[in-house]
Design a binder for this molecule. Structure first.
Ligand code: G3D
Ligand code: MG
Length: 224
């Protein structure tokens, strides 16, 4: 049954994490047959960046559209896709609907000078490397530094994509541990082709944006 939606002014946001207090996010109440519960909504901009052809477009499409397109065109500059991530919190009769504005940054050198303006206002990032090309993992360093210089110390998740190509992987665990430790951001592994871990990564970032830990998910850089 469709929820009946009631707008509610104010509300104290108690127990739903500091990032949503006093930010003016609209507060709503849904009435379901099971009773009342509170729904908070907020919009967040996140960026997905990394070297060309690491799989940024494919990862976003897998998450936002649940598909993988073999013939997808190389991206020019930046573009935006939206998806709402619903977050639930144990023991609380409330949910948070996070409307994610997902900016894909192309990774092409010819757009380098534009990137800082794309990063402005971003509250998190997924920075992608390719499991089959170790240089794209080394380059995570420069992507993180460039992003942080414009967006500040917001949550970042590092992703090494294309784990389905296990035979061709050039994955350097020591390097990823070093980068992860240096910048204090977790790294995960994914495959946009078979979907492994893609939803988990976005969900984990969404919980970080809400100032919370995910209810479940991989602890380390393994694709499930
Ligand atoms: P980009 O947006 O980072 O530039 P794309 O990267 O998403 O355009 O992907 C670049 C190429 O890698 C594409 O192949 C795409 O199909 C492939 N790819 C992306 N993710 C994966 C993955 O998880 N596994 C495998 N095996 N391939 C992946 P083409 O041939 O179209 O260039
Ligand atoms: Mg792309």
């Amino acid at each position: 049954m469709a929820a009946e939606l009631f707008l509610k002014d104010g509300g104290d946001g108690a127990g739903l994490g500091r990032p949503f207090e006093g930010k003016g996010a609209p507060r709503t109440l849904d009435r379901h047959s099971t009773g009342w519960y509170r729904v908070l909504e907020a919009t967040k901009k996140i960026c997905v960046l990394g070297d060309p052809a690491v799989g940024k477009t494919s990862v976003i499409r897998r998450y936002a559209l649940d598909c993988f397109d073999e013939g997808y065109l190389t991206t020019i500059g930046a573009r935006v896709l939206n998806r709402t991530q619903v977050l639930r919190f144990p023991g609380q009769s409330a949910e948070l609907r996070l409307h994610l504005k997902i900016w894909e940054i192309s990774g092409q050198n010819r757009h380098l000078e534009l990137y800082p303006s794309y990063y402005l206002g971003a509250e998190g990032a997924i920075i992608v490397g390719d499991a089959t090309r170790v240089e794209t993992q080394v380059n995570l360093w420069k992507w993180i530094e460039g992003f942080r210089a414009a967006a500040g110390r917001v949550p970042i998740i590092l992703v090494v994509n294309k784990t389905d190509l296990m035979d061709e992987t050039e994955f350097d665990l020591e390097l990823m541990d070093e980068i992860s430790h240096e910048f204090r951001c977790p790294f995960r592994m994914s495959s946009a082709r078979n979907g492994a871990n893609v939803d988990n990564v976005f969900r984990e970032l969404a919980y970080q944006l809400a100032g919370r830990k995910p209810l479940s998910g991989p602890r380390r850089g393994r694709a499930c």
